[in-house]
Write a protein of this length. Structure first.
Length: 327
């Protein structure tokens, strides 16, 4: 018993140490970090992002998702952008990241910034700023992004597999995943609202339609009319068809995600799971009833919080010359 108590105390101490280190790094971020070193940095990011999104609004969702996938694996330090090498399979090539798109936007921004201010603006900061600007362009909220992140040098595919929350997670798994990154249950409910834009391929949810418990059944928590609609789109072995995460708002950032989830029309099990917790359910009901009265503000606040996970600042990491490879 004594040994068990000592072991628990040791792990709690370790968690406290890591939390303090993360907080110290996050405090290294600040607004207008590039005000002196590259005054036009944020303007350049915004203009290039706007140019891409105006031509292809569907890029907004994957750019937002890319930032999320970066932060949940090793922290917000740009590791999701690195290419695999002969000796290492990078995060980019892990299964959950194979559907990521928009790397050309990050590369275009980086090229422009390297031309204007060589070796100054990190890829991690670019990713955080692009995610904000991509959402803003499609009528979503805008928020002030603290900058000063530096880029990591390590990217391992298995880290993505072990850290990214699955669309099949239940509420316990979701809460544990977010808590491990310093995010609250409210942050879980708010950031899930990002599913108001984007698409998903059939394999991410098809088991809910045809074989939920392995007995050829459907998910009883999903609206039957929605199931019929999805079955008309996706056959059991379909791997190429995709559907909108939130019908009629794929290209515009709106809070109707919460109305759909409340009607049991969330596409993923992880969406439906939000109705099984009192805190997340109350948030869904509030936003559905008030037509998203606080969602835009809440989303910006949670994105700032997420953008501080495990950041590298000061002399840690590096400023990559190219976002897909270390210096």
């Amino acid at each position: 018993m004594a040994n068990t108590k000592l072991l628990i105390a040791f792990f709690l101490h370790l968690m406290l140490v890591f939390s303090v280190l993360d907080l110290a790094n996050a405090q290294g971020l600040k607004l207008d970090f590039y005000k002196t070193s590259c005054p036009s940095a944020e303007h350049i990011v915004k203009e290039i992002t706007k140019k891409f999104i105006s031509r292809a609004a569907t890029l907004a969702a994957p750019l937002l998702r890319m930032h999320f996938h970066d932060c949940f694996v090793r922290g917000c330090e740009g590791s999701v952008l690195l290419n695999s090498t002969k000796k290492n399979q990078a995060e980019k090539d892990a299964f959950p990241n194979l559907s990521l798109r928009g790397f050309q936007v990050i590369d275009a921004v980086k090229t422009a910034l390297e031309k204007k201010c060589p070796g100054i603006v990190s890829c991690a900061d670019i990713l955080a700023l692009v995610a904000r600007d991509a959402v803003s362009v499609i009528n979503g909220p805008s928020w002030s992004v603290p900058t000063g992140r530096r880029d990591g040098r390590i990217s391992i595919a298995t880290d993505a597999l072990n850290n990214l929350p699955s669309p099949a997670f239940n509420i316990t798994q979701l809460k544990q995943s977010f808590a491990s990154k310093g995010l609250s249950v409210k942050d879980l409910a708010v950031l899930s609202g990002g599913h108001t834009i984007g698409i998903s391929h059939c394999p991410s949810f098809v088991n809910r339609l045809y074989n939920f418990t392995g007995k050829g059944d459907t998910d009883p928590t999903m609206d039957q009319n929605y199931i019929a609609h999805l079955k008309s789109k996706c056959k059991p072995t379909d791997t190429t068809t995709f559907v909108d995460l939130s019908p009629r708002s794929t290209h515009t950032f709106k809070p109707n995600y919460y109305t759909l989830v409340g009607k049991r029309r969330g596409l993923f099990q992880s969406d439906a799971a939000l109705l099984t917790d009192s805190t997340t359910k109350a948030y869904i009901q509030l936003q559905a009833a008030s037509k998203g009265s606080t969602f835009m503000k809440d989303f910006g606040e949670s994105m700032v919080k997420m953008g501080q996970i495990g950041v590298l600042t000061g002399k840690s990491g590096e400023i990559r010359k190219q976002c897909n490879r270390i210096n």
